[in-house]
Design a protein around this ligand. Structure first.
Ligand SMILES: [Fe+2]
Length: 187
């Protein structure tokens, strides 16, 4: 038998995904500021918010493997969050898993119901194909979350712009606070 090395590596708890076919991008505050209630002038637009790594096997019917590393940044007291998305193909689910730090996986269905799961090292989260999903760093260190999803899922960011998550998560010396818009929402 021919023994080959792995196509890519994921240093789960201390590192990132490396190898051929791994791509990454960094999101700075200026690229995501629209999701926050308020952006203070004291915070540089170049502030690194999160970095996303993914391994793409380059094919039609493939699985993608990803890692999101979120910095412990507060934006006028609001916790660092990803833009969030629905899948373009809502038949395609996704799995997230916590690797370091602590935070929330905020989910929402098409009727605007919103809820969250606590994400910590070792937690695994099954995201139904038709749920919007967003990560939020509520801790004091980097929040690292792994993901595995079918490439066919795609991303739909527009639906989130049209119907934003109805919950904002703030952090202060007193702890975590949720600001909810409208009724009928639970966190
Ligand atoms: Fe997704």
């Amino acid at each position: 038998v021919i023994i080959k090395s792995a196509r890519f590596n994921h240093d789960f708890y201390d590192g990132v995904i490396t190898g051929d076919g791994v791509v990454s991008y960094r999101k700075s505050l200026s690229e995501i500021q629209q999701v926050y209630q308020q952006v203070p002038q004291t915070l540089s637009p170049d502030t690194l918010m999160y970095t996303v790594y993914s391994f793409d096997a380059q094919g039609d019917n493939t699985l993608l493997w990803g890692l999101t590393v979120m910095e412990p940044v507060l934006v006028a007291g609001e916790c660092n969050m990803t833009r969030g998305h629905y899948h373009a193909d809502q038949a395609q689910p996704e799995i997230y898993f916590g690797l370091a730090g602590e935070g929330l996986l905020l989910m929402m269905n098409h009727t605007g119901e919103c809820w969250a799961e606590q994400v910590t090292k070792g937690s695994v989260h099954y995201i139904e194909g038709n749920y919007a999903h967003r990560l939020i760093n509520t801790g004091d260190m980097q929040f690292k979350v792994g993901a595995c999803w079918p490439k066919a899922a795609g991303h739909d960011y527009k639906a989130i712009d049209l119907q934003p998550f109805p919950v904002r998560v703030f952090k202060s010396a007193n702890g975590i606070d949720f600001a909810e818009q409208g009724d009928n929402n639970e966190v």
